[in-house]
Design a protein around this ligand. Structure first.
Ligand SMILES: [Zn+2]
Length: 282
């Protein structure tokens, strides 16, 4: 149990809190993994294609304007279909991390099969990037009892899947792997993901509502010196009104200059290298 009057992480350079603006570039895999027959539905697939085609350029433009480095979690299939987009992200100085092959659910999967997917994704991403892939986010954040051991074996330094903390921490039993916690509240999916069939047949929220939810959570997390780990998808957040909302949010978060805004890799390396400043377990 944390003592919230004494936040467990001391951030570098006097920063009060930290923030990662992360993007899961699911593209078409978001729809194919939900239903393989969607491969024959061009209208459905086009919602995913919008991500690499339009969303990413808009996001890269916003990040460049704010001089922010981000982390993009990319399924291997997306990288195979859109290699130039992945190269453009790398070229702009952002981190590429692992996000499965076809955004497949890992639920009930054998360790052997999970490891094969992990290695397949690593091979594909390695051909498009210049630095090693060290971060992993499971599709839908739904990892298995084998995942952490596999990440340790394959030299990942962080995972970003669990919802049990506001601060990064070392995984007990796999302490080389740093957890960067997430939450559905700080994901654009629950607000913006929409499909014509269940399970995605739901309300679309106005950007102002989402701005309010995300800003207010930031205000609270900042007070606690937490890691504000925002998960977005180019196919959802990459719409003009939502990009404008994100721009406003970034300006709000940057306004006092006391938030360390950087990549997941930078956060994980700091936690690994500064055990005195960071918690050893959750
Ligand atoms: Zn995803």
């Amino acid at each position: 149990m944390y003592d919230i009057k004494n936040p467990p992480v001391r951030w570098p350079k006097g920063y009060k809190s930290a923030a990662c603006f992360t993007f899961d570039l699911d593209a078409e895999t978001h729809w194919i993994s939900k239903d393989p027959t969607n491969i024959n539905r061009p209208g459905v697939l086009s919602m995913g294609t919008y991500g690499p085609k339009v969303g990413v350029p808009m996001i890269l433009n916003l990040l460049q304007r704010h001089k922010i480095k981000s982390t993009f979690f990319v399924p291997g299939w997306t990288a195979e279909q859109h290699p130039d987009v992945v190269r453009a992200i790398v070229q702009a100085g952002h981190e590429i991390a692992h996000h499965g092959y076809l955004h497949e659910s890992l639920e009930g999967m054998t360790r052997q099969k999970e490891e094969a997917i992990l290695c397949r994704g690593l091979d594909i991403l390695a051909k498009l990037t210049t630095s090693p892939i060290v971060g992993y986010r499971a599709p839908s954040w739904d990892l298995t009892p084998h995942t952490l051991a596999l990440l340790k074996k394959h030299k990942f330094i962080y995972a970003s899947n669990l919802m049990d903390s506001l601060w990064p921490y070392r995984h007990p039993g796999a302490s080389d792997v740093i957890e960067l916690p997430v939450q559905w509240l700080l994901d654009d999916g629950p607000f913006f993901a929409y499909g014509t069939r269940p399970p995605l047949y739901r309300q679309i929220y106005a950007p102002g509502t989402v701005y309010s939810a995300w800003k207010e959570e930031f205000v609270g997390m900042h007070e606690l010196g937490a890691l504000y780990n925002l998960t977005m998808h180019p196919q959802f957040t990459g719409r003009p009104s939502r990009i404008n909302m994100l721009d406003k949010l970034v300006r709000f978060i940057k306004k006092d200059g006391d938030v360390w805004i950087t990549t997941c890799r930078d956060i994980a390396e700091y936690v690994r290298e500064n055990p005195a400043a960071t918690p050893t377990t959750r």
